[in-house]
Design a protein around this ligand. Structure first.
Ligand code: SF4
Length: 462
């Protein structure tokens, strides 16, 4: 069979799908001068190919099928699989309709189709419910799928073939440009799936529980990447990369023992790293680490099932990263149910005080399938599912209006990215004399921003 795999380029704003928000995806649209700059940056560096489609490509290819990729064009084939999202589902269903008109059978895969099948059902011959690989294996072996098809999570992740990047990147302008992060691109890699934590708002835990591949299997995949690209840049898309410290130590040891020359980035919790582990990871190729801080308030975090991490530990880890020249990227969430103006202002203040290299601020979004959704459903006013994009108010917040939430979101980006410290971190200017001057400039800039904000909305104490 000729199989068309579609990871459609999102419309309006910068759309991320695949592993972002568990697969629901996000859409970042600029709403201020600062966010326009952040938007430009994201477009340049965050447009990564889909690891889920690369797995699907590998399974079809293993059974001898012909696989073609599209990011938007209509392509002839016997069967098309569309990577679904919530934030761009209308575009995806329109594309599916056009393909079906050409006589191609169309199936959808991903978290959005699993939890919101009614959005896709009229536009598909079949939709996959669950992690897609098990059902894709059945399709590849010749089974015909119709309607909603359960796809059980694969427990032994080592049994999967390695992702076939060569099959899903042909439509990109340069064969080697798999990602726009570093020059030359990057390869997303899933060393584990799911997350063992219990944050009630998190969509990464919806489809299946936590499972990890063996270290040997992961390093075999990295070795294969090294045979195909010189010094590949690997983007570990695990939700909690360093969940098991010994496993990561072994992974780093094996990368070095096999003489694999790679750079990589990962996402984790800061209580799952320490100075010694960071040194090992850096020696094996770690260049960027992302982590959730979410809120400065332990009370706010505990109410959504998230275990708080002591601020001093967070500061120490970021300081270690600075010493090791590891770029840090922190995630913050504004608008938790018990947040108010003061707690969000304190979180913004904490973000600038921690001073990671980059920060991403999002609004709390109750995603279908999460425990938070059950709790917040009566308060959800947004009817357009594409607005569940991580940056749009979707429910009646007990303490803040939507206008106030958007104002605070904008203030977070302005306070963080307008600081001279941000540029100093970017250019790794950490010498004490420079830092002293930069800190003084930070205070002046912050005071000016605060004066302007006070004129608009009253005091934002950041
Ligand atoms: S630690 Fe991160 S990935 Fe894990 S449940 Fe919490 S928010 Fe989700």
């Amino acid at each position: 069979m000729r199989i068309v795999l579609a990871d459609l380029k999102g419309r309006k704003g910068f759309v991320s799908k695949d592993t972002v928000a568990g697969g629901y995806g996000s859409r970042f649209k600029p709403f201020s001068k600062t966010t326009a700059w952040v938007h430009l940056f994201k477009r340049q560096y965050h447009d990564t190919p889909s690891v889920h489609l690369a797995y699907i490509a590998a399974i079809f290819a293993q059974s001898g099928h012909d696989v073609v990729f599209t990011a938007g064009g209509l392509v002839d084939g016997d069967l098309a699989i569309v990577l679904s999202s919530l934030v761009d589902y209308r575009h995806e269903t329109e594309w599916a309709d056009a393909m079906r008109t050409r006589g191609v059978r169309v199936g959808f895969a991903g978290l959005a189709t699993s939890k919101m099948p009614h959005l896709f059902a009229d536009h598909a011959d079949f939709i996959l419910d669950g992690e897609p690989e098990a059902a894709i294996g059945r399709l590849a072996r010749g089974e015909r799928l119709d309607g909603i098809c359960k796809s059980e999570a694969i427990m032994d992740l080592d049994s999967l073939p390695f992702p076939r990047w060569d099959l899903i990147t042909k439509a990109r302008p340069l064969g080697i440009q798999l990602s726009t992060r570093p020059v030359g691109g990057g390869f997303p890699l899933l060393a584990s799936r799911g997350c063992p934590e219990f944050c009630t708002y998190c969509p990464h835990r919806i489809l299946a529980g936590y499972r990890a591949r063996s270290v040997r299997n992961v390093v075999d995949e990295i070795e294969q990447m090294c045979q195909r690209a010189r010094r590949p840049y690997i983007i570990f898309r695990d939700s909690l990369f360093s969940e098991n410290r010994e496993r990561i130590v072994e992974l780093c040891d094996q990368i070095r023992a096999r003489g694999l020359s790679v750079s990589f980035e990962c996402e984790t919790r800061l209580d799952r790293v320490d100075g010694e582990l960071l040194r090992l990871m850096q020696a094996a190729g770690l260049r960027t680490m992302s982590f959730g801080v979410e809120s400065v308030s332990p009370e706010v975090l505990k109410r959504v099932g998230r275990r708080p991490i002591p601020p001093n530990h967070q500061r120490q880890v970021i300081e270690h990263c600075r010493e090791l020249r590891i770029v840090t990227s922190a995630f913050f969430v504004l608008g938790f149910p018990t947040d108010d103006w003061q707690s969000i202002a304190a979180t913004i203040d904490f973000a600038t005080d921690l001073s990671p290299t980059f920060a991403q601020f999002k609004l709390l979004t109750p995603y279908p399938g999460t425990p938070l959704w059950k709790q917040m459903e009566p308060l959800v006013f947004e009817k357009d599912w594409e607005k569940f994009d991580g940056f749009t108010p979707t429910f009646e917040h007990p303490n803040l209006t939507s206008r106030e939430l958007m104002f605070l979101l904008g203030a977070a980006y302005t306070h963080f990215y307008m600081r001279p410290s941000y540029l100093a971190n970017m250019f790794r200017l950490h010498n004490t004399v420079v830092r002293g001057w930069v800190d003084r400039m930070d205070r002046r800039v912050s005071a000016r921003i605060t004066r302007r904000e006070t004129e608009i909305m009253g005091p934002v104490t950041c």
